[in-house]
Design a protein around this ligand. Structure first.
Ligand SMILES: *Cc1c(COP(=O)(O)O)cnc(C)c1O
Length: 414
């Protein structure tokens, strides 16, 4: 609990200093608040339990629905009025319309319009043509090992190999888009980007695959691009190793904009599943307790590689230069990491992830069932308004009532 780190010379432990100096400490999703009490800051929690709180993150519905997706905001307002924009819990009344064919059709139509608009944007600015009838499968977030863009890559390669084996089967066409920035000094993150674009170069130019699978790297991911791609997404990838994502807010933006989530029981995904019904998300893989149990016995990547033929094939292609012809050892460091010292246990969730992606593909062929699941998700979004988060900070940390009164800025004579 010392404020001074003593190894390799003295340093201030900034996290410990923060806890001691603050009258309240909170995690940003329920699971995160529990983890900091049970492990990371256990001793501080035991000496000062009343200091520890939870404030689950939220997103503002003005930017992340009304501004970025006016079509969906309007279709909702036609059914339940406009008050929900300042009181997002009112979205639950949409459950009354979940079997209403006109509402289902309206929600699906807005999504299709957003997909056409985003396709036109990509074509105009980046000269890439995508099939607007394919599933838009999107993972946009900072590039980091814990977020497991590499697990997504293994799914893409698996789909590619399956299509090549049996191109005539009735595949669900997918456009898989991945975007995000790598920190300048984070070499592994930059190699992950290189792998994604290299897979794209092979997959996108294979005439056997055609329109069934496309891989797009979204450059320069930032809020203005998020506002365009999220309303056009069908599937949101939230696939971090359980216990590593504090909350996530991208997950909430997709949910509010009518995308379904494939995700692990991590961060705010846990509460999203609780609010929308777990049957309305595609939840897969290890829970936090499973990850902890595995840490005790030790994670053995090779056992998965040897047992799962499609995983072995994908890894052999990456390490054999299939995606980097002319530079066969380009991805040697990534392969070594995945096989020898993967802190985020990508292979341990591979099998469950692929099986769950198969369920996603099956459901996408039934647009009505898909859209009904979307409506359950939108109806469950109320908790994830930042209005709720900010009110909780005001009342539970600062002991004040939130107010709608406008306060003039110091230099504003209003
Ligand atoms: C919301 C947002 C994020 C956070 O996304 P996560 O998936 O929660 O990591 C990152 N970057 C931009 C531009 C965003 O809009």
């Amino acid at each position: 609990m010392s404020l001074i780190e003593e190894v390799d010379g003295k340093k201030i432990n900034m996290a410990h200093l923060c806890i001691v100096g603050s009258h309240a400490v909170n995690g940003v999703a329920r699971i995160h608040s529990e983890i900091i009490k049970a492990t990371v800051f256990k001793d501080f929690y035991e000496s000062d339990p009343e200091k520890f709180q939870n404030k689950t993150n939220g997103i503002t519905p003005r930017r992340w629905l009304v501004m970025c997706n006016p079509g969906l905001a309007e279709v909702i307002a036609e059914r339940i009025g406009e008050e929900y924009i300042r009181d997002l819990d009112q979205l639950k009344t949409l459950l009354e319309f979940v079997d209403d064919d006109t509402f289902i059709r309206d929600v699906a139509k807005v999504k299709q319009e957003n997909k056409l608009k985003f396709s036109a944007y990509l074509e105009e600015h980046y000269k890439v043509k995508i099939n607007p009838n394919s599933m838009f499968d999107v993972q946009v977030k900072r590039i980091h090992e814990y977020k497991r863009q590499l697990l997504n890559c293994l799914h893409i390669i698996t789909l590619y190999n399956r299509i090549k084996k049996d191109p005539k089967k009735s595949w669900t066409p997918r456009t898989i888009m991945i975007g995000g920035k790598a920190a300048p000094g984070y070499h592994t993150a930059k190699m992950i980007i290189k792998l994604i674009t290299s897979i794209g170069d092979i997959v996108n130019n294979d005439p056997v695959v055609g329109d069934l699978l496309k891989v797009i790297y979204l450059e320069n991911y930032r809020v203005t691009l998020a506002e365009k791609v999220i309303p056009a997404s069908d599937l949101s990838e939230q696939i971090s190793t359980a216990g590593t994502e504090a909350s996530g807010t991208g997950n909430m933006k997709f949910m509010l904009n009518g995308a379904l989530t494939i995700g692990t029981m991590d961060g705010a995904n846990v509460e999203m599943a609780e609010e929308a019904g777990e049957e309305n998300l595609f939840i897969f893989g290890m829970r936090v307790a499973d990850v902890e149990a595995m840490d005790k016995i030790g994670y053995d990547a090779a056992s998965y590689y040897n047992r799962l033929p499609e995983l072995k094939q994908a890894m052999d292609q990456i390490s054999g230069g299939f995606f980097s012809p002319g530079q066969p050892d380009l991805f040697r460091d990534l392969v070594n990491m995945l096989m020898q010292h993967d802190r985020f246990k990508v292979f341990a969730d591979y099998e469950a992830y692929i099986k769950t992606q198969d369920r996603v593909s099956t459901l996408f062929k039934d647009p009505k069932a898909w859209t009904k699941m979307v409506i359950h998700n939108i109806a469950g979004c109320g908790k994830f308004s930042s209005d709720r988060t900010i009110s909780q900070y005001a009342r539970e940390i600062w002991g004040m009532e939130p107010s709608l009164e406008k306060i003039a800025a110091p230099d504003d004579p209003r």
